[in-house]
Design a protein around this ligand. Structure first.
Ligand code: ATP
Length: 248
């Protein structure tokens, strides 16, 4: 079957501060309309991979020194984040990163800053975000810094949606959240994927939940892809069960 890959990462190497080699040749494909998971433990290189794609690496003195990253066939490995957002790729950072002094609604509206399609379209999308996240509607006038971790994670995803992205790079959506909320966030990701057709590449340490929602997974260890396959196959794989799902 011909797969329409939106994003192709080909054998990239990433170095921080000119000396610290963190990604040692990572390749992965993200098909249009899919949910792809990037799995692996602490420090495996998941966040670095997402930042290499979004262009956020540069602000951390990181650099793609080998390989290529193509979005719709076009090289993006040396683009800055604003250009990548204009191409339709937006990253939701780990640890949520809402503007604490802005209200939830003001945070959501910052996501629309690159758009030029007018107030009515933006208002319609705000309504869409509130339909996905009723909790955000209730809290829309609250200062983000005073809302809960789960609400801030929802706000971060909602803000990404406000840029009308084609692809969302989602870093550790489960981080710091109670299991029930984790499930809720992933359910919404699934719905956004199915209804809005948004493509997801998500980094997750929580292998169990990620492999239940993703279509395809890549497992990273020390800056290399050590295994990849359809999520259903990975869930049944003996090594994955033993080392990542805590079964044996
Ligand atoms: P985590 O879930 O902890 O974020 P990860 O798989 O996302 O893990 P990365 O954050 O990509 O891993 O980190 C990979 C490696 O790169 C780690 O060893 C980390 O210490 C190192 N690293 C990350 N950012 C920098 C930086 N700005 N400068 C130097 N080294 C860094």
């Amino acid at each position: 079957i011909a797969v329409d890959n939106l994003l192709e990462v080909n054998n990239i190497e990433v170095i921080y501060n000119h000396v610290i080699l963190v990604l040692k040749g990572v390749s992965l494909n993200v098909p249009k309309g899919g949910i792809t998971a990037l799995l692996g433990g602490n420090g495996a290189g998941k966040t670095t991979t997402l930042k290499a794609i979004s262009g956020l690496l540069a602000s951390e003195r990181g650099e793609v020194t080998k390989g290529s990253i193509k979005y719709r066939g076009e090289a993006i490995e040396h683009r800055d984040p604003a250009e990548t957002v204009k191409k339709g790729v937006v990253q939701v950072m780990e640890g949520r990163h809402c503007f604490e002094h802005l209200t939830i609604e003001e945070n959501l509206l910052t996501g629309a800053y690159t758009r030029s399609d007018g107030k009515a379209a933006i208002a319609a999308d705000l309504e869409m975000v509130y339909e996905y996240f009723p909790r955000l509607r209730e809290r829309r006038k609250s200062q983000a810094g005073y809302t809960s971790g789960g609400e801030q994670q929802m706000c971060a995803v909602g803000r990404a949606l406000m840029s009308r992205p084609e692809t969302i790079l989602l870093d550790e959506p489960s981080m710091g959240l109670a299991p029930q909320l984790v499930e809720q966030i992933f359910e919404i990701v699934k719905t956004i994927n199915e209804k809005e057709g948004v493509t997801f590449l998500l980094a997750e340490q929580n292998t169990n939940v990620a492999l239940r929602y993703a279509h395809y997974g890549y497992i990273l260890e020390s800056g290399r892809v050590v295994m990849d396959g359809p999520a259903a196959d990975l869930r049944e794989n003996q090594d994955v069960k033993e080392f990542y799902l805590g079964m044996s």
